[in-house]
Design a protein around this ligand. Structure first.
Ligand code: FBP
Length: 254
């Protein structure tokens, strides 16, 4: 875990949306190119970058610690979500991974598939001395509101009980309710998930400040950084909040 933390904090750049969402709405001519993201990760001084294996194999340049996402799905099937393994722990290690990530759609009618696979992944990762991060996204017919405080705290707790070294969860919208989710995660570290690009940089950075104030270890974010007209400026603001404990830096808007 320490390999992608700095001073106990983490700032991870996530780039698996081309697979998860498709290469359309999220992307433009610039950010469709994985080299652009690798560059932002290095120049923006991120503590880790998250790729699926194909991008890791072809674009990872070793400048920032790598986390390989082991499972994935496309946005094409409708119905209850399920995401299954597309990469082994062994392969992730051969690509240079210092950690592995796995998404669990808690509450989906298919959650048992992902709970079982994550259990195996986590055991294999730990045997190899690698941390396992669980992206825990409550989703499916049974989940009415995936950012409701009780459901986010449930996600955090499930991660702790399943042996996740860290959980990546959505922000509840307020520091106090997120603090409860952090408590529920116990000794599992908490990374805030980014989500679609916020209407303003300031509103996004307010969420990040709220999560850090609540005790989060950091964040794993994609679109709010690499969709920005100035990703390095956002990265600088994130570093201020995460490592220097400052509140929001005064940033001009895109
Ligand atoms: P974003 O900051 O762009 O939301 O990325 C974080 C992430 O967890 C990605 O790793 C993943 O592709 C995406 O969110 C999942 O988004 P969604 O909630 O729409 O499935």
């Amino acid at each position: 875990m320490n390999s992608f933390l700095r001073e106990g904090k983490g700032m991870l750049l996530a780039y698996d949306q081309g697979f998860e969402h498709g290469p359309s709405a999220d992307f433009n001519d610039q950010n469709i190119d994985p080299s652009y993201i690798m560059d932002i990760a290095a120049k923006g001084d991120f503590t880790g970058v998250v790729f699926h294996k194909g991008i890791a194999e072809k674009y990872y340049n070793g400048k920032v610690p790598l986390i390989v996402k082991l499972n994935g799905k496309t946005s094409l099937p409708k119905g209850e979500p399920v995401s299954t393994l597309v990469c082994s722990v062994e392969e992730a290690i051969s690509l240079g991974a210092k950690g592995v990530g796995y998404t669990i759609y808690l509450g989906s009618a298919n959650e048992s598939v992902m709970l079982e696979e994550f259990g195996q992944v986590e055991e294999e990762a730990h045997e190899e001395g690698l941390p396992a991060i669980a992206w825990i996204y409550p989703r499916g017919e049974a989940v009415k509101n995936d950012t409701a405080p009780e459901i986010v705290a449930y996600a955090a707790r499930a991660g702790l009980e399943m042996g996740a070294d860290a959980v990546k969860i959505k922000y509840t919208g307020a520091t106090d309710s997120f603090r409860w989710a952090v408590k529920a995660a116990g000794l599992s570290k908490v990374f805030m998930s980014g989500g679609p690009k916020a209407p303003t940089d300031e509103s996004f950075l307010t969420q990040v400040s709220g999560a850090m104030e609540a005790g989060a270890t950091g964040l794993a974010v994609g679109r709010n950084v690499w969709q920005s007209a100035d990703p390095l400026r956002i990265a600088a603001s994130l570093r201020d909040i995460i490592f220097r404990n400052s509140s929001i830096r005064n940033t001009p808007q895109d």
